[in-house]
Ligand binder design. Structure first.
Ligand code: ACO
Length: 429
């Protein structure tokens, strides 16, 4: 028997069913509230709104826990590569050896872009931000693959999933090559997912290229850590667009645009700019902590704070450790990493940050590690998009297959003028 919550509004008594998730999270089911009472709920920024039931990712922001399909992020980072985690997120179970081999083989077969898509890159300005290019080219995939756009045809969806996963690294690497004026490097299908991406990014036709296994390992970790984070802004965008039965390419292109925002995926770029600013300003970490606490300064410590995590972001811990290991192995002394560590130390002891429970988030160290991999700053958010892709796909598929799927359509409380008399333009003073 489901638990019932009782709400009294004036003289009215309303009963709301309480829905309980598998991890004990409880939610008031208000789907019938307006029909019963004429009331809606108001929750700007959806801080307290569960938009869906989902079986993909569990996170407990208070305890700093993150699990994909029940498996802790730390375990997946230790034992899997990104392609295996993508399979888990999208299909719900870890693959058998045969399933994984078939999945890898299929993705490898789809890595090339249609030659006409390559021509698009000539139309973008040389200094185009690669996130703008990425969103445009992913959207354009829907014009090239009209044979697989029906969101309710499982075969169409399956081939679109494989095409997207396979082509996103190629699209991303081409955006970079365009920006530096180097020839595009075709994918090489005997390489792993991450090796292939690094090759397309950094190889040039006139020299042999071999990717460093430590770089490949670090890239796998970063992509896994970004692979899903339940109903974040970009994933909710993908669901929102998909809820109108838009095809997978169009829905993911919208997610990429949402991710570009500096309060979301763009934060890793902003973190590096901030660390550079601190370095160039003499490295006085305390000064920037003071500025972040002063509301009149309008300055925030980028990479700190999270809507959901009120504890250490478990991904930040994994990435910090990987960063430290990689820089150590490469014998690099990166002043930005040192400033980041000092900043973390100071902020974690400061009352302002402690009271508000502001901890380093996933973006705080990811920018430093991307720098160590030789990634140009504008590519940071593109890498986030590559990592988040399986999560977007998994949520889009889950929503499409849900028997209770409806178009997303929030309501509002109107606060504008009530009906007014129209005044013709010549009489307006
Ligand atoms: N630096 C200084 N103060 C901060 C910071 C910060 N980075 N983040 C939050 N605060 C303060 C706010 O000023 C506010 O203080 P107040 O209560 O005195 O007014 C309080 O902490 C709560 O902050 P909100 O903005 O209400 O928290 P919200 O959940 O809306 O925002 C967000 C979360 C956007 C991540 C915010 O912490 C922020 O702007 N951080 C910096 C940007 C960033 O790192 N974004 C990446 C997020 S992770 C991701 O997308 C993968």
């Amino acid at each position: 028997m489901a638990e019932i919550a009782r709400l009294s509004v004036g003289s009215e008594q309303l009963e709301l069913p309480v829905f309980e998730g598998t991890e004990g999270e409880r939610a008031l089911d208000i789907s019938k509230l307006r029909a019963q009472s004429g009331l809606i709920t108001l929750d700007e920024g959806y801080v307290n709104t569960g938009s869906t039931r989902s079986a993909i990712t569990f996170l407990d922001g208070e305890a700093g826990v993150l699990r994909y399909r029940g498996y802790p992020i730390e375990t997946l980072c230790e034992h899997c590569d990104f392609v295996e985690v993508s399979y888990l997120l999208i299909y719900g179970e870890l693959p058998t050896a045969k399933q994984l081999e078939d999945f890898r083989a299929s993705i490898r077969r789809h890595t090339m872009l249609h030659e006409d898509i390559r021509q698009f890159y000539n139309g973008f300005p040389r200094d185009a931000h690669p996130m703008g290019t990425l969103a445009s080219v992913v959207s354009a995939l829907s014009t090239f693959y009209q044979d697989s756009l029906n969101p309710h045809d499982p075969q169409h969806v399956e081939v679109s999933i494989h095409r997207l996963l396979a082509k996103l690294p190629t699209i991303a690497a081409y955006s970079h090559k365009k920006s530096v004026g180097q020839p595009f490097i075709y994918p090489q299908n005997d390489l792993s997912y991450c090796e292939n991406f690094l090759q397309m990014m950094f190889a040039v036709p006139c020299e042999p290229f071999e990717s460093d296994p430590d770089f490949v390992h670090a890239l796998n970790l970063l992509l896994i850590c970004h692979a899903d984070h339940e109903q974040n802004c970009s994933t909710s965008t993908v669901r929102m667009v998909g809820s109108a039965d838009a095809n997978l390419f169009a829905s993911v292109a919208a997610g990429i645009s949402a991710l570009w925002g500096p309060l979301h995926g763009g934060a890793n770029e902003a973190v590096v700019s901030m660390l550079e600013q601190i370095r160039d300003d003499g490295g006085d970490v305390q000064k920037y902590v003071r500025m972040a606490k002063d509301k009149d300064e309008g300055f925030r410590l980028m990479g700190f704070g999270h809507r959901v995590y009120k504890n250490f972001d478990p991904r930040a811990k994994i990435i910090q450790a990987a960063c430290s290991k990689l820089l150590g192995k490469m014998s690099i002394r990166d002043p930005l990493f040192e400033i980041a560590q000092q900043l973390e130390e100071v902020a974690l002891r400061d009352d302002y940050f402690v009271e508000r429970r502001l901890y380093p988030n996933v973006d705080f160290y990811s920018g430093v590690i991307y720098r160590a991999l030789g990634m140009p700053v504008p590519m940071f958010t593109v890498l986030f998009a590559m990592g988040r892709l399986p999560g977007w796909i998994a949520h889009w598929v889950e929503m499409m297959r849900s028997p209770t799927k409806r178009i997303y359509r929030p309501r509002q409380v109107y606060t504008g003028p009530t009906e007014r008399e129209f005044v013709p333009v010549e009489k307006r003073g």
